[in-house]
Write a protein that binds this ligand. Structure first.
Ligand code: SAM
Ligand code: SF4
Length: 457
């Protein structure tokens, strides 16, 4: 595969050059067009990325809010990462896990320890986790990942395990699929080859092409639910956002499945990192713009926000098109049982617990969701995209969010969260127009109150 055909830097530079030439009227037209929820052209997205005018930015944020609401309603899917290992043979300059960081407390959790971590998350009320590990063929190979997934599904009430791990061969991806993971997530970090080379000094991750083609191999192996992203701050964010959109377009065109999610990780300080400063810092305002542009350009794609950002910005970003967020995260293996900052991948910023986050999400008028129904009901890949692109996914998601949130309130929430959450559920029930569905949801809520679990549409 010629990877220059997927990501052509000259073409991206041309787009960025051309995008500098725009008028206010043109931007307003692009914003209006985006509200049809069919996406916008790459050159249009590039023009939006150039906007600095506060008034126009506000219009973009409004459009992003509108699109998010139209496709996903007011739901915010909540999850937590679970790190199984910080052993790594790569040397990504920005990461605390890099092999050259000799001060890191290295650890690969045993199966029992992984189950214990999952149980802590389960107790908090989490149902969806993102399994994360470093890359070390001896300790964190495909067998380790598959065994971790099996152990968690079998021993904890965790219903969806997404995986963020190194690129694999088709054979390895087949094993991953068989383990019944949710989304396979991989960040290109930067699509800019020269910067990529500078940042990844040794180890298998230094191979840009093998990473770029990981999703093609995942698709070949039958995985149809993937997430992409770039590590914002490594290179010019405009270049990398446009490249992400081009990559997304390429996947959509070739396989008829675009990425299920795009993540927006921004570079954080990490103990033992090989960078003394962020190479291409982007401001909070830039990050808000990035979220809005993703939402407008690929409206059917989930946008994932992690605890890398601080609480004030996270509260703002919830209103700009983000559809999934992590809560109460630890970035070290074993971190939920015992936090060791010398085992962390990077410093998190928003330290609020899941219970606190649920309150904040509700107070802002959003409905927290722990729903895991889609992939269990086989609404993935093309089937999911069809529903999402035509805004029908909402019809399943709304009742499922209510039911899964209720389960959290009954089994894990504090009294205060329970009160706020029950009010939220009442408001959401009132919104369901189909009387038959509404009655069925009410019946199921009563069943959950009496102790039943995992009721979904
Ligand atoms: N080791 C695998 C890999 O690199 O693909 C998977 C897990 S890696 C721990 C997950 C992601 O964390 C990376 O893809 C990178 O984008 C992000 N990351 C690494 N160092 C970071 C830092 N200092 N701040 C923010 N995110 C970081
Ligand atoms: Fe290892 Fe991933 Fe960190 Fe790179 S980003 S050092 S591959 S854990």
């Amino acid at each position: 595969m010629n990877t220059y055909e997927i990501i052509n830097e000259n073409e991206i530079n041309e787009i960025l050059k051309e995008s500098k030439d725009f008028s206010k009227e043109e931007i307003l037209e692009i914003i209006e067009k985006s509200k049809d929820c069919y996406g916008i052209e790459i050159i249009e997205a590039a023009k939006l990325l150039q906007v600095e005018d506060e008034h126009l930015l506000e219009k973009m944020f409004e459009a992003a809010r509108y699109i998010k609401e139209k496709i996903y309603g007011n739901r915010i899917v909540v999850f937590a990462p679970l790190y199984t290992s910080n052993e790594c043979t790569n040397n990504c300059l920005y990461c605390g896990f890099r092999a050259a960081n000799k001060s890191l407390h290295r650890k690969t959790l045993s199966t029992e320890e992984i189950i214990n971590e999952a149980k802590v998350l389960e107790k908090q009320g989490h149902k969806r986790i993102l399994l994360v590990c470093g890359e070390d063929k001896k300790t964190t190979n495909i067998d380790h990942i598959v065994e971790s997934v099996r152990a968690i599904y079998e021993n904890a009430d965790i219903r969806r395990i997404n995986v963020n791990a190194a690129p694999m061969s088709v054979e390895e991806f087949k094993k991953l699929k068989k383990a019944k993971i949710g989304t396979y997530q991989i960040f290109q970090e930067t699509y800019h080859r020269q910067t990529y080379k500078k940042m990844h000094t040794s180890g298998s991750k230094a191979d840009y092409d093998y990473r770029l083609t990981a999703i093609d191999r995942a698709f070949e192996a039958g995985i149809d639910d993937v997430g992409i992203g770039v590590l914002l701050g490594l290179y010019d964010y405009k270049f990398d956002v446009i490249a992400t959109l081009i990559h997304s377009d390429y996947l959509d065109q070739k396989y008829n499945i675009g990425p299920h999610t795009i993540s927006i990780p921004r570079l954080r300080p990490a103990i033992g990192s090989g960078l003394d400063k962020v190479p291409y810092p982007l401001s909070d305002k830039d990050l808000k713009k990035v979220v809005a542009v993703y939402r407008m350009a690929v409206p059917y794609t989930g946008i994932i926000l992690s605890t890398r950002e601080d609480k004030n910005l996270r509260d703002e970003l919830i209103n700009l098109g983000v559809s999934q967020m992590s809560a109460g995260s630890k970035t070290s293996p074993g971190g939920y049982e015992e936090d060791d900052k010398y085992a962390d991948q990077f410093e998190t910023s928003d330290e609020r617990s899941l219970d606190e986050m649920l309150k904040v999400i509700c107070k802002q008028g959003h409905l927290p969701s722990f729903c895991t129904a889609c992939y269990r009901a086989k609404r993935t890949g093309e089937a999911f995209m069809e529903l999402a692109k035509h805004s029908h996914i909402h019809e399943f998601c709304q009742p499922n969010s209510i039911l899964t949130f209720k389960e959290n309130l009954v089994n894990s929430a504090s009294e205060e969260t329970k009160k706020i959450g029950e009010e939220m559920i009442q408001r959401e029930l009132d919104k369901i127009k189909n009387e038959k569905i509404k009655q069925e949801v009410k019946k199921r809520l009563e069943r959950i109150e009496k102790g039943e679990k995992d009721l979904y549409f």
